[in-house]
Design a protein around this ligand. Sequence first.
Ligand code: DGL
Length: 272
Amino acid sequence: MQQAIAVLDSGVGGLTVVKEVMRQLPREKILYFGDTARTPYGSRSPEQVVEFTREIVDYLVQFNPKMIVIACNTATAVALEDITSRVSVPVVGVIGPGARAALGRTRTGVIGVIGTEGTIRSGAYEAALNRLSGGKVQVVSEACPGFVPLVEDGNFRSARTREIVEASLATLRDTQLDSLILGCTHYPFLAETISETMGPGVALISSADETAREIRSILERSDQLAATADGAPLHQFFCSGDPAKFREIAQTWLGEQIRLTPVVWQVPHIGA
Ligand code: DGL
């Protein structure tokens, strides 16, 4: 049986990475876990995010994946090392790829980062950007805690969405950035409104594209790229919250029907 790439997020955000993996690596089978019962992760403590990420990884390894992709910046910031030390397959996060994509794009070296409270508090993007550029960039960060609930509600283009996006980006809009990292995998769902708010001079950087490239290069190096498949691979999706809501957002975003299995956590840990 074809070994899959396992992708996880606190909710539907990681689907922005999945879509790009499907585009760049159409033969790869994907297992996706969206922890929609416990989203958002951004306001939780690092300890709890590590615990939740471990639980999802423990769930996914029963399917013997060939790689784990933490398609969540909040979890990448605090759990990437922990998960890497716990499993025997390669683990890919989204912060390194997002930082590389921004450095490839910026001309002025003034880069904005938006993300959850957890991601911004961790300073993981500043650290990655400074490390990769040798300290040559200026980084301006802003947490946008209002964005993830909008996306989980499928509320991508309403007047309320515009109001929240404009209010959250007011400070960054007055800063001379040329690139803005969407440092949360949920944010590409709001890209049109974010772009209209920031104006045409600011390039939006999503980590999806670069993450898919990193996945390809790791699989190529270990000679694990999927060989010619007979027909499209059978992807499998799991979510811990309302399956109807997850299905609707996933099918609209991916443009295809999905196979979805609801998962009920024994201890749901609702609340921060
Ligand atoms: N999509 C996630 C991220 O990239 C998490 C959002 C959340 O649950 O707060 O950070």
